[in-house]
Design a binder for this molecule. Structure first.
Ligand SMILES: [Ca+2]
Length: 262
């Protein structure tokens, strides 16, 4: 079949209209298929890479959201308040094509109790194999709360940027003292025009509504770029299928966050 939308409707094993017990949950959902022949894929706007980034986090407090890392307001945020694990928490931006980055701006949260400035943090990028720290060209220190701190580094080309934090509070407890929070996080850089490898119509898997911009292009050779295998730090996989052709002519990125309480 050809379609522009696919939906799964579930009948929970629990009773509806009661206390929500027995509701369904999905860990991952992939779809096998390809872009229909002759279809023009909308070209995403790559003029602002912050609009391209898909935010995820290793853990997120129930009242916060990775999406609020970039919602334009410091009144909504991501935080790992209530995190009881011992692996260092992280947030990351995943891009549907290669981007060249040179600085990032972080607005740290500190409420004097549950959330404090992290005692340390590291900005890392995905080099195609693993996450490595950027080479800082100014001081990378979380010293100011609720104001923008700009961190510069030697240019990198990557598809994922990550901030990994060492919370000020003791880890492995109830996660209600000294955890880390970020009010807003933006990145400075540009999308890199990627050459489109010769290929036939590419298999596509998507798991969520695809973000698209206004259609402007004719069909371009498609190439798939699978997301890198997940990283060492925590076991939260980041499924993502990104299509980059003729400089991001195709975009079908999907991510799902795994913010489940641990
Ligand atoms: Ca925000």
């Amino acid at each position: 079949m050809t379609t522009t939308s696919i939906r799964m409707v579930m009948t929970p094993s629990g009773l509806l209209g009661l206390n929500g017990k027995g509701m369904p949950a999905i860990q991952e959902w992939d779809v096998i298929g390809k872009i229909a022949d002759g279809v023009s894929v909308p070209k995403p706007d790559t003029s602002d890479i912050n609009k391209l980034a898909a935010p995820t986090a290793s853990y997120t407090n129930a009242g916060d959201s990775p999406a609020d890392l970039m919602n334009g307001s410091i009144d909504a945020r991501w935080s790992c308040y209530t995190y009881t694990g011992t692996e260092l928490p992280w947030v990351q931006y995943t891009y549907p094509c290669t981007v060249e980055l040179e600085s990032t701006t972080i607005n740290w949260q500190d409420d004097g109790g549950g959330l404090l400035l992290p005692s340390a943090f590291e900005i890392q990028y995905w080099n195609g194999t693993t996450f490595v720290p950027v080479k800082a060209t100014n001081e990378h220190k979380a010293a100011v709360a609720k104001e923008d701190s700009v961190y510069t580094f030697e240019k990198v080309q990557t598809t994922i940027l990550r901030i990994i934090m060492t919370p000020a509070g003791t880890m492995g407890g109830d996660g209600k003292k000294g955890m880390s929070g970020i009010n807003e996080w933006t990145v400075t850089g540009t999308a890199v025009e990627a050459a489109a490898p010769e290929t036939t119509a590419a298999p596509v898997t998507t798991a969520a509504p695809v973000t698209t911009a206004a259609p402007t292009t004719t069909a371009a050779p498609a190439a798939t770029t699978s997301a890198p295998a997940q990283t060492p730090s925590t076991g939260s996989p980041v499924p993502m299928i990104a299509l980059c052709a003729a400089g991001c002519a195709l975009l079908a990125a999907s991510l799902h966050k795994k913010d489940s309480a641990k």
